[in-house]
Ligand binder design. Structure first.
Ligand code: 4NP
Length: 154
């Protein structure tokens, strides 16, 4: 049975990771994959909020309806998920500090592992203080990474 549980993690859980969640959910469903996909933040200040309206609008234009409510990473995530994908190095280091044991640490990866090899970028930049082009670029990176996740069946 092809069931995977994947958690995307960024800082606020209102821009990058909720977009990644919905993109992968859409792509996995198209491929008939029964995956459980969620997202969370290392910072809890936006808990309960819907995605940032700029990310919501940019994603909607590409056919993704973002309905996730922000939540912080919790200890049970390290048990519940098979893979925990960090958007940038700060998220990665925070997750590694939070991980309760070695087995949990092994589940944490940087999303750049799924970028195309010719891609120079090494992380998904925080778009929060950027203009609209920042959000489009984030979506470009996330679509590329999610397509590779679906294709590689890690
Ligand atoms: P995200 O973007 O980590 O992609 O959700 C951010 C959202 C909020 C903040 C920073 C980044 N913030 O500082 O409130």
């Amino acid at each position: 049975m092809d069931t995977k549980k994947i958690l995307f993690v960024c800082l606020g859980n209102i821009c990058r990771s909720p977009a990644a969640e919905e993109i992968l959910r859409t792509m996995a469903a198209k491929e008939g994959k029964n995956w459980f996909i969620d997202s969370a933040g290392t910072y809890s200040g936006h808990k309960g909020q819907l995605p940032d309206r700029r990310m919501y609008a940019a994603a909607k234009k590409r056919g993704y309806d973002l309905t996730h409510r922000a939540r912080p990473v919790v200890m049970s995530d390290f048990l519940d998920f098979d893979m925990i994908a960090a958007m940038d190095d700060d998220n990665y280091e925070t997750l590694r500090m939070l991980a309760p044991d070695i087995e949990s640490e092994k589940k944490i990866i940087r999303i750049r592992e799924f970028f195309n090899p010719e891609r120079d970028e090494t992380y998904v930049p925080d778009p929060y203080y950027s203009g609209n082009e920042g959000f489009e670029y984030v979506l470009d990176l996330l679509e590329e990474a999610c397509e590779n996740i679906v294709r590689k069946r890690f």
